[in-house]
Design a binder for this molecule. Structure first.
Ligand SMILES: [Zn+2]
Length: 480
């Protein structure tokens, strides 16, 4: 381990007052007494913290990076200190001073292209009733609790620890490893990934593959354990539908006006689906699951891939089919209604804001055509946000990732996954970089993983942090 060079005075003020002493090795007393709660105190020597990724995660969770407003600077500065302390060169790039991004590069042997580890340090607000403080990073019953434990400070802790271990190792990784920790993912990434890709694409030159959220966690289907690795994501198509009609006095009702059209649109969205599309990734994902589960479940799963019976099967499967529904359709959720100003004036236009999600390879116009056909009324559309991503995924790294998971958990099977949501991977795809959602977590079957994301009582088993760090570490030994 290289010795730490920084003087205490260079360490950031306030929050890091205690850290200064720790970085320089004086660990005789808890230097973080304002946050220390005895058994959950992690104010210890940071020299070997990469060997304790759980503590690293606890530390990260204590920074309140709720976005908005984000305030990622303290968290990013802390990571910068940590990395500079072990001799890494770190760059901070910010579009706004309080919302910085961090990039560190570890030189490899040059036999592989650089590998990008990308993650975000911002989190969504911690609302609701929590059993343990959301920004205390406490460990209870084998779980690390806190906002961001799953999305995605747990993943950041794994990447950071694996990166630091690779730095400490005598053998450099096969290729360079770029660690990129970003701001603003939860609010659209304008100050994070979008900014970096737009303003500093040279930092990612020659990168072919990236590791990021969202995937690598266990999924239990009929008692069989799978690791879905995200290889493609749906695309955002946020838009506004404008419904028009004649205006008039409220005392003289008009039928078939803007309000009536709105009603019809909402009723159709509530009761029907858009057409079925079976993309290559969804097909591969479902076929691989079907191949490993009992025939009683394999049959309906395979049936989902036959468009004329897909929707009927989804209805029959109910809750169990819910996870597959958005993988087989473009979807739209109506979220904001606007229109009407006076109680006695019939409005001539109503706007309906729509959270549309496109399957890979689809364009906004195709979604709008599907909506017009579904509803059968005149409407205009305005695109508010659309971040197109590459069509077919590059699966060149999939077998390596599946191999790593197979070594660490021989009972389980890795499968490629289409993600209904979005990640920062969509911005890196503009540079031709294929992101894999690979934050490996072996989770207890009873943990309601998906329901805990962005919800109260977010938590992650401590063992899963160790597992993921080991998996990413193995990957860095193989390809970088
Ligand atoms: Zn996330």
């Amino acid at each position: 381990m290289p010795t730490r060079k920084r003087e205490p005075t260079e360490v950031n003020a306030n929050h890091f007052a205690g850290l200064a002493g720790l970085i320089n090795g004086s660990v005789d007393a808890c230097a973080d007494s304002d946050r220390c709660d005895g058994g959950n105190c992690v104010a210890v020597d940071l020299d070997t913290i990469q060997d304790r990724p759980v503590e690293l995660l606890q530390r990260l969770l204590r920074f309140d990076t709720s976005n908005p407003p984000g305030n990622e600077r303290e968290c990013i500065d802390w990571i910068r200190e940590l990395l500079e302390g072990i001799g890494c060169e770190v760059r901070i790039l910010a579009s706004e001073a309080e919302r910085p991004n961090l990039i560190a590069r570890l030189a490899g042997r040059g036999v592989c292209p650089p590998l990008l580890l990308q993650g975000h340090v911002d989190v969504v607000a911690a609302r609701g009733q929590w059993r343990h403080e959301p920004f205390a990073g406490e460990l209870h019953d084998g779980y690390v609790w806190g906002r961001g434990a799953l999305d995605m400070k747990g993943g950041v802790a794994m990447m950071l620890a694996a990166f630091m271990r690779a730095k400490a190792s005598r053998t450099p990784p096969p290729g360079d490893v770029i660690l990129c920790l970003m701001a603003d993912e939860e609010a659209g990434s304008d100050l994070g990934a979008e900014f970096l890709v737009r303003e500093h694409p040279e930092l990612f030159a020659d990168v072919r593959y990236a590791i990021g959220e969202f995937g690598g966690f266990t999924m239990d289907v009929a008692g069989r354990r799978f690791y879905p690795i995200m290889v493609a994501e749906k695309q955002v198509c946020w838009s506004r539908a404008i419904l028009r009609g004649p205006t008039g006095h409220g005392s003289m009702p008009i039928r078939g006006g803007a309000m009536g059209r709105l009603g019809r649109l909402l009723e159709r969205l509530d009761s029907r689906r858009l057409p079925v599309h079976v993309t290559t990734v969804a097909r591969t994902m479902i076929e691989k699951i079907a191949a490993d589960v009992p025939p009683t479940l394999a049959m309906p799963l395979k049936g989902l891939l036959v468009p004329r019976i897909t929707d009927r099967l989804l209805d029959v499967m109910g809750e169990r089919g819910r996870v597959f529904d958005p993988l087989l359709h473009n979807t739209v959720s109506a979220t904001i209604v606007g229109g009407g100003e006076k109680v006695n004036v019939i409005p001539d236009a109503i706007t309906l804001t729509l959270d549309g999600r496109l399957l890979p390879g689809f364009a906004p116009e195709q979604l709008f055509a599907e909506l017009r056909a579904l509803v059968g009324v005149e409407m205009e559309f305005e695109v508010l946000r659309h971040d197109p991503v590459a069509g077919e995924p590059d699966l060149g790294l999939f077998d390596v990732l599946a191999g790593v998971l197979g070594e660490l958990d021989p009972q389980a099977k890795a499968i490629p996954m289409l993600l209904p949501g979005i990640t920062d991977g969509r911005f890196f795809s503009r540079l031709g970089i294929q992101t894999y959602g690979f934050l490996p977590m072996q989770l207890p079957a009873e943990l309601p993983f998906m329901q805990l994301i962005h919800a109260e009582n977010e938590r992650l088993p401590a063992d899963a942090v160790e597992f993921g760090t080991a998996a990413i570490g193995r990957l860095l030994e193989r390809i970088g």
